[in-house]
Design a protein around this ligand. Structure first.
Ligand code: MN3
Length: 200
């Protein structure tokens, strides 16, 4: 067993009213668990790949054997994305970034509100399923980008700092077709302490 489902670091209902308990339960216990199980199934065929961290595996996705490359792109990608997602949210979250990350956001985007607008636009504009991320390149330069499906920013050697899952499974029970409302509410869950630690 190469990958393990990390426990959710808070109760299913901890992000209410922004994200409902039922969505969190299905999202973590069913969807994320399925990515872990599917990735592990592929890794069984190539045990040498299981020795790598999920981030390193994704950075080197183009050299992964072809018979499991797509399965791992989707499922190791899904495992990595969701493992980050749970930690960048917390009960009583929200507010605005401070410190070095706050400064970097200000100098890159002008203000945190502008970054929020760009993430909102990237998330709403992602056709079908995917993610919108704040990313850092190897020099620490920040950018916003959306990705389809479970494609990971690590595949492009970018580091995800924080981002939003815009698959319907992340919001449909509570928000139905109103993806923009879900993203607006999701900003109220952000765990800036954890996000700043990722940036550092
Ligand atoms: Mn998801």
């Amino acid at each position: 067993m190469a990958y393990e489902l990390p426990p959710l670091p808070y109760a299913f209902d901890a992000l209410e009213p922004h994200i409902d308990a039922k969505t969190m339960e299905i999202h973590h216990d069913k969807h994320h668990a399925a990515y872990v199980n599917n990735a592990n199934g592929a890794l069984e065929k190539h045990p040498e790949l299981a020795k790598k961290s999920v981030e390193d595996l994704l950075r080197g996705i183009s050299s992964v054997p072809e018979d499991v490359r797509n399965v791992l792109r989707n499922n190791a990608g899904g495992h990595s994305n969701h493992s980050i997602f749970w930690t960048i949210m917390a009960p009583h979250g929200g507010g605005a970034p401070s410190g070095r990350l706050g400064d970097a956001i200000k100098s890159t985007f002008g203000s945190y509100d502008t970054l929020k607008e760009q993430l909102q636009k990237a998330g709403v504009g992602q056709f079908g399923s995917g993610w919108a991320w704040l990313l850092a390149d190897s020099g620490g330069k920040l950018s916003v980008k959306s990705y389809p499906n479970q494609d990971s920013p690590y595949m492009e050697n970018l580091t995800p700092i924080f981002g939003v899952d815009v698959w319907e499974h992340a919001y449909y029970l509570k928000y139905q077709n109103k993806r923009a409302d879900y993203i607006a509410a999701w900003f109220n869950t952000l765990n800036w302490k954890a996000i700043e630690a990722r940036y550092h």
